[in-house]
Design a binder for this molecule. Structure first.
Ligand code: GLN
Length: 453
């Protein structure tokens, strides 16, 4: 037993028995927040049976590979999966009663596994706790409902129907298109209620068959866990309705991309928002938080936009920010300050794509803001106008995964904030994905270059 172990709560066995649970999915988010893990028989789980997996699972790539052994240990050692019992839930889409639980990754010497994304967020939150502070966050999640497409050479398309018909146009903010998927969304709402995921607003977004759900604000680890489970849940329910639920940042060229805007504020022990002074005016911490984001994010970009596809989102006329300017109620900036009273004063980071790992995007954004506070970094001038096209994405932010990874690997900030081992492993995993991408020739290249180059 190490400091990370908690005894199974006394009512656990009874809960599992009462619901007839046969097995428990013991989940961890990998570097891309894809759920991986092992299923345990319910009785073994209730008895607190130890569960181990290869450490390399924490850095599994989307292509199913592992980066070079040196980033997780020559011997490919094990880590322990230690259940966070507070995350135990019944699996809403299961046909046989099943439960799931999110686990912490702990090395065999008892240290938190440095290459686990949940541990990275916890280490950032611990630095807030040391000051007697806690971040309050609210992610906004955009996604597409698309027809299942087993042939990756063919474009992804909306299912035929009101939202997908070209003559229907883009169904932005309409109820017609929402109603079309009522069977799917009824199942989603039921599942979210069962998982204890409180949704706030829900809307058809600008793209054809693109939707957005905003989660109710709260504790950052809890919201990262809920976002992780939200994506898992929607994908599973989608499959059962013959749909792909797609969280890619840019599934269709020429259509809007999908973001994961992060609203963030920080409260002290008394629950007061540290972004506001007692008289309601913006505090120095508020300015410095913005300054920290502007200073750090260019080096932390792969944690907000982790895939080759993420950078396609930063196209013109698509409401995706291309800069790190800040301004009040201004959607042309990367860092928007929604108009609010002093208690709700917050910074909306609009840079992350919905393809980001919520643990790592929150860790990066909150670590950057804290770095700004600790170093009293002043932000640039407030943007009063539309600044969408003043900047090209490449002038203020890395505009491709290669450039972003290079900035992260060669800068000091990511290592300083998240540790050498994590950064080396993350960069290596992403390099494996990039190398695999380089082996593919796209339809565009074939179409235009085969006969003209
Ligand atoms: N709701 C919005 O502001 C749209 C955001 C846009 N879809 C993006 O990719 O950033």
């Amino acid at each position: 037993m190490s400091a990370h172990d908690k005894h199974p709560p006394p009512q656990l066995a009874e809960f599992l028995q009462q619901h007839g649970v046969r097995e428990v999915e013991c989940l961890i988010p990998d570097l891309n927040a894809y759920p991986r893990g092992k299923a345990l028989p319910a009785a073994a789980f209730a008895a607190g049976q130890e569960l181990r997996m290869a450490r390399a699972v924490a850095i599994h790539t989307v292509t199913g590979e592992f980066p070079d052994y040196r980033f997780y240990g020559e011997r490919d050692p094990d880590m322990r999966l230690v259940p966070d019992y507070e995350t135990l839930k019944l699996v809403p889409w299961a046909t046989e009663p099943r439960a799931l639980v999110i686990n912490d990754c702990v090395d065999l010497d008892g240290k938190p596994t440095a290459i686990s994304s949940r541990n990275i967020l916890k280490s950032v939150l611990a630095r807030y706790t040391e000051r007697g502070w806690s971040p309050v966050v609210a992610p906004e999640l955009e996604f597409y409902l698309l027809a299942q497409n087993p042939d990756p050479n063919q474009p992804l398309t909306p299912p035929i129907g009101r939202s997908g018909r070209p003559e229907y146009g883009q169904a932005g903010f309409s109820f017609g298109a929402l109603n079309e998927f009522h069977g799917f969304f009824d199942d989603v709402h039921r599942a979210l209620a069962q998982l204890g995921i409180p949704g706030d607003t829900f809307v058809h977004e600008l793209g054809p068959s693109q939707f957005e759900i905003n989660l109710v604000h709260g504790d950052a680890l809890k919201l990262a866990d809920l976002t992780f489970l939200f994506k898992y849940t929607l994908r599973e329910i989608g499959f059962r309705h013959g749909l792909y639920v797609v969280f890619m940042a840019k599934p269709m060229g020429g259509k809007p991309g999908s973001s994961m805007h992060l609203h963030q504020s920080v409260v002290d022990r008394a629950g007061a928002n540290v972004f506001s002074e007692a008289d309601g005016s913006p505090s120095a911490a508020f300015r410095h938080f913005i300054g920290g984001l502007q200073h750090c994010l260019p080096e932390l970009m792969p944690l907000l936009c982790p895939h080759i596809n993420s950078y396609r989102r930063f196209a013109k006329h698509m409401a995706a920010p291309v800069n790190l300017s800040w301004g009040y109620d201004n959607r042309s900036v990367g860092l928007r300050i929604p108009l609010s009273g002093p208690a709700a004063r917050r910074v909306e980071n609009r840079i992350p794509g919905c393809d980001a790992n919520p643990y790592l995007a929150l860790a990066a954004s909150l670590a950057a803001g804290l770095h700004g506070i600790e170093n009293a970094i002043e932000p640039g001038e407030e943007a009063h106008d539309n600044v969408f096209y003043q900047d090209n994405v490449c002038s203020t932010l890395p505009c491709s995964l290669e450039v972003a990874l290079d900035a992260m690997a060669h800068g000091k900030l990511a290592r300083q904030l998240f540790g050498d081992e994590f950064v080396a492993a993350f960069v290596a995993a992403k390099q494996v994905e990039l190398d695999s991408f380089q082996l593919e020739v796209t339809p565009w290249e074939r179409r235009f270059l085969a006969t003209q180059a």
